[in-house]
Design a protein. Structure first.
Length: 281
């Protein structure tokens, strides 16, 4: 199995191709790029297209071009065909996720669940919500015997913190983000994860999987998300938020850097400033 073995710093940008990149995505990509390059590390690009319903292949080329246009160039992930541009795609890694899923099941850390969002919404007295709005699953099916296979919706992790999150949606065949991100970060030797603070809630989920699989915990840095003037987080599916090209590129990089300087710890800004000056001046 592909796995880097040295101790070098490695980071990644891992967009889901649900729309073109916006200023918030650029801020995260820039932060991760600078974080890694300030320590002469490798910076991977991973396309997180494991959500087959929401991912659209037409955005993949666009996202790559937007990154290149803004001077954020990734290192080539080795041993891929020329046409892959050194990028890995989650949609091509189902066999890898399946192997890890089978392992979790073999050590009795998964269960089949027949609950749907709708059925759970009718049990509001049992359901707790995480700050992000995600459901903290109330363990209804965890000890259920003899679930009829045709009714099964998901395979969930038997967690140790009463948050039995979804590993795989059996209705679509898609693996969940909280699961795949851990597998790929491990296999790509990622030592530093930089991502938007809207994903903070997944840390506990990631750690559950990392602990069972014996993976090291990468360092995680969260970047405050960019909001529009109404305080709403920018969305990739909103056409108006998308990054612009041409003469706007320089301005968008400067805006992203300003956002980081305003919101990130000064010691981190000090660390990455020489890399910013090298790559973007
Ligand atoms: N794929 C996620 C997104 O586009 C980001 C995942 C990550 O950085 O861990 O929101």
């Amino acid at each position: 199995m592909e796995k880097t073995n040295d101790k070098n710093v490695r980071g990644r940008f891992a967009p889901s191709p649900t729309g073109p990149l916006h200023l918030g995505s650029l801020v995260t990509a820039l932060a991760s790029f600078l974080d890694v390059k300030s320590e002469n590390g490798k910076f991977w690009l991973r396309i997180e297209d494991s959500d087959s319903q929401r991912s659209k292949s037409k955005f993949i080329g666009l996202i790559k071009q937007q990154l290149i246009d803004h001077g954020i160039v990734w290192d080539v992930w080795p041993n891929l065909g020329h046409e892959k541009d050194g990028v890995i795609y989650q949609s091509e890694r189902q066999h890898i996720y399946s192997n890890f899923m089978y392992y979790l099941s073999s050590v009795d850390r998964t269960f089949l669940c027949k609950c749907t969002r709708k059925s759970l919404s009718q049990k509001n007295h049992l359901v707790k919500y995480l700050e992000s709005g995600e459901i903290r699953y109330p363990q209804i099916c965890r000890n259920r015997k003899g679930t009829c296979l045709s009714q099964v919706q998901t395979l969930r992790l038997k967690s140790t913190n009463r948050d039995d999150f979804v590993i795989k949606r059996l209705t679509t065949g898609d693996f969940s983000y909280a699961f795949t991100v851990v597998i790929d970060d491990y296999l790509q030797g990622v030592t530093r994860v930089v991502r938007g603070d809207d994903l903070k809630f997944t840390i506990e989920r990631n750690r559950q999987v990392q602990t069972i699989l014996g993976f090291p915990f990468p360092t995680i840095l969260h970047v405050p998300v960019v909001r529009d003037c109404n305080g709403r987080k920018l969305s990739k599916t909103d056409e108006h938020s998308k990054l612009l090209g041409g003469k706007f590129i320089k301005k968008q990089i400067t805006q992203s850097w300003t956002h980081l300087r305003k919101n990130m710890p000064s010691s981190w800004i000090e660390k990455v400033t020489p890399a910013y000056e090298t790559f973007f001046f």
